[in-house]
Design a protein around this ligand. Sequence first.
Ligand code: NAD
Length: 486
Amino acid sequence: MTQFSREFTMTIAGQSAPVEATYPIHNPATCEIIAWAPRANERQLNQAIAAARSTCSTWGRSPLEQRSAALHDIADVLAQNIADFAELLTLEQGKPRYAAEAEILASITWCREIAKQSLPQELVVDTAERRVVTHFSPLGVVGAIVPWNFPMSLAIWKIAPAVMTGNCIVVKPSPFTPLCALKLADLCRECLPPGVFSVVTGGDELGKWMTLHPGIDKIAFTGSTETGKDVMRSAAGTLKRLTLELGGNDPAIVLPDVDPRAIAPQLFWAAFRNNAQYCNATKRLYVHEQIYDEVLRELVDYTLTVKVGDGADPDTQLGPLQNEPQYRKVIQYIDDCIRNGYRFAVGGTIDRRRRGWFIPVTLVDNPPETSRIVAEEPFGPILPVLKWSDEEDVIARANDSPFGLGASVWGHDLAAVQRIGARLDAGTVWLNEVHQYSPHQAFGGHKQSGIGCENSLHGLMEYTNWTTITLNRKVAFGRRSTDGIA
Ligand code: NAD
């Protein structure tokens, strides 16, 4: 059991906020209640935003070194508590311990690397006549809205650049997975001036209040495309800045020259890491017809070796679905396949007597391109495996989606891999690898997968206003005589 206490309070204005209402948080592996999270009301959200507003002008002018040091302090808090954070993450999210630990370690790396980033002013013109300089200043108050699939790292992807650019941030975790963020803010109360980093928790309505709130200058949002559209609508009233990281339906294209057995584990994890509750999970697997049968067979064999269970069990490789609505949503996709007579190569049968929100890994054998399982984002462990034979055709099918988040191509013919990759319409295209991210690499979606990006200096810039200052050195108007002025 984690050494963290099971008391969870929100951090508002650098202090523990009184708990006025609570709601239950479940362990997805057992459905048991593991904690009660605070449910913020509008007054408490207003307090968090007011504290952020009153601090943001001084914090925004603080030296870069101070902000960088604050990020290292947050990283230190995580580093001193890796095991406890990982245990808590498994408990609330369901992911296996090794994956939870990897998420905490990545969060530490992100804080330390973004602490090195800065946006130097841009000298555009510097002549005897004129000087033109563009510089970047903080926006003020950022509202961060986070989903439940990577509760810690997707919060850090917003906290680190916001803090580094001199903004104050109010974080709202997913209602399903608020505990790690609550604990992080609690342990960071000494790291930052009061009001710079607050965490408020509650239901979806809290996100809506944030997007409508006139005291918030920017919303950094990760979640579904449908909610992203609603965020955009609500933010329009105050013309907030927006970064939207939304849903995906990533294709993977496999060329005929790969060894089916050797590639099967990589393709499996490309699709099923985090139990496929992953924006960048491979959600459509296009395999060349020459090797289709063999790849499918190898994938089935590999699937049968993967241990699905409670993430707290050290042998577990895949955990449960994170929450009941998601569990029910994925079942609908399975039912839709059954109704339409699509063949399952493996999986498809749910043990409804089993405790926890478990769904077996399910591979659907070559369903039609127009089927729901191909066209939509199930966000769970069910993958359509599809045949292709013609390069132009597979590129067109891969791009025929309202989403454009990620894509991958796999093959030995590097010319073909690069030729196909260059034509895929996605924010990240991985060639012979997948899911490689970096704090220095821009990440975002094309089409309805998002607006703007996170990470890299491009992501950092999204937390700033730019101001261009032009100076005419040859003053073209007369000087008033100051003779005789005391
Ligand atoms: P979701 O859209 O249901 O919720 C995301 C967050 O928005 C939660 O904190 C929720 O409380 C809040 N929210 C809900 N309604 C709101 C509203 N009307 N106004 C403001 N906030 C509101 O998404 P989810 O189910 O938590 O996450 C899964 C989705 O997120 C998938 O579609 C996945 O692809 C996407 N995702 C995208 C990325 C990316 O980087 N592009 C990363 C992870 C997940």
